[in-house]
Ligand binder design. Structure first.
Ligand SMILES: C[S@@+](CC[C@H](N)C(=O)[O-])C[C@H]1O[C@@H](n2cnc3c(N)ncnc32)[C@H](O)[C@@H]1O
Length: 369
């Protein structure tokens, strides 16, 4: 067994109250152990946060290659960093959330995603492509689990059983897959010329978030001139595709660390007919883009880190915007009014003015000094 205490979250946000493994990882590995050892060549790991599941499963099954999907790029990087730090000889392949991940799988070990749509897309995919005798072990913290998760699994599996809780974690075991007649993901909706396409784990699904809408409204009246635009933390790419629609000369980079987001943003741009001018990139805080390359950055920052409320991510994205902007370039940002981000924006990016403020959302423009 690996020493879970040695695992780190890096390069994800680190703080004393944020952990790199939890009791769910251990309960999942204990519950799935027999199946893992019985079918070591056909194991898929989904939703591993920082490597605990992949490295733990590898320690049980030896040199066999695991297929792994992690939505967050920082999770993929943390897995690799932890494997190196622990001197693990685990063999794994990181794959997108598509048939290649689960084709013929006998064992699927899953950290339950927070959203039901994300779970539905995963369950539908496994039911459609895994081995008919697949066993799915889906674990989570009891406080984040609802019976609606059992219902989602029951839509796609004939048998779903809930195990006993241990250290405030629980595992649901699903078997007897029922493949859907046709895939129902990704899903889409249309608003005027904009077609929003969403995979299950993408923020706000195929609808437009109220904060995003506020930012779009502010941009509609006071948008600056900019030909190189970055949609930072793009989600389904609503901001990127809307900007490209309204500015036929503009080149927009839509970047997010979530695989579901980037796949959605790509599909949104294509379905909206602006795919030739919107580049989508899976990237941690725009790190692969050159400094000073953008005249405008659009940002609706997250204020959750997993299930833990933490402002670290927003501050990281403000710093990223400051790096990406050319001097005089603008960061247009929408945030929950109670978060009071203005002084952080002033400090990190430059002079900041308020464009609109409602009881829930504030839109600000910060000019890169
Ligand atoms: C509040 S959502 C906004 C999504 C989209 N811009 C919109 O307005 O609908 C924040 C997004 O930031 C992304 N995100 C979080 N951490 C990130 C990081 N380190 N690098 C890039 N994107 C990140 C999340 O995956 C999520 O899609």
């Amino acid at each position: 067994m690996i020493d879970f205490e040695q695992l780190r979250r890096w390069p994800d946000v680190e703080a004393p109250e944020l952990v790199a493994h939890d009791a769910t990882d251990r309960l999942l590995l204990d519950t799935a152990q027999e199946a893992l050892v019985a079918h070591p060549e056909h194991v898929t790991i989904i939703g591993d946060r920082y490597g605990a599941l992949t490295l733990g499963a590898a320690a049980l099954i030896g040199p066999h290659e695991l297929r792994v999907h992690q939505d967050a790029l920082s999770g993929e990087l943390a897995l690799a960093a932890n494997a190196a730090a622990l001197g693990s000889d685990a063999a794994w392949r990181s794959l997108p959330l598509d048939a290649s991940l689960v084709e013929g799988a006998r064992v699927v070990v899953l950290q339950l995603p927070r959203g039901l749509d994300a779970l539905d897309e995963i369950a539908e995919l496994v039911a459609a492509h895994a081995h008919p005798e697949v066993q799915v072990f889906a674990g989570g913290r009891v406080k984040h689990m609802t019976t609606a998760m059992n219902d989602v699994l029951r839509r796609h599996f004939g048998e779903v059983r809930a195990g006993l809780a241990r250290q405030k974690s629980r595992v649901l075991t699903a078997s007897a897959p029922r493949p859907a007649a046709s895939p129902s993901w990704p899903r889409s909706s249309r608003e005027g010329d904009l077609v929003v396409v969403a995979h299950g784990a993408a923020f706000a699904g195929a609808s437009i978030d109220v904060g995003t809408r506020g930012l779009l409204e502010a941009l509609a009246v006071g948008a600056p001139e900019a030909s190189h635009v970055v949609d930072l933390g793009c989600g389904t790419g609503v901001l990127a595709a809307s900007w490209a629609l309204a500015h036929p000369e503009a080149h927009v980079v839509a970047t997010d660390q979530s695989a579901a987001a980037v796949a959605s943003a790509r599909a949104t741009a294509d379905a909206t007919g602006v795919g030739d001018r919107v580049e989508s990139r899976r990237d941690d805080a725009g790190a692969s883009l050159p400094a000073g390359s953008a005249g405008l950055v659009l940002l609706n920052p997250p204020f959750h880190v997993g299930a833990t409320v933490h402002a670290g991510l927003a501050h990281k994205l403000f710093a990223a915007a400051a790096r990406l902007l050319e001097p005089g370039g603008e960061l247009w940002c929408v945030w929950n009014s109670h978060l009071g981000y203005r002084s952080a924006l002033e400090r990190t990016v430059g002079p900041t003015r308020q464009v609109s403020r409602g009881p829930k959302f504030t839109v600000t423009v910060s000019t890169r000094r």
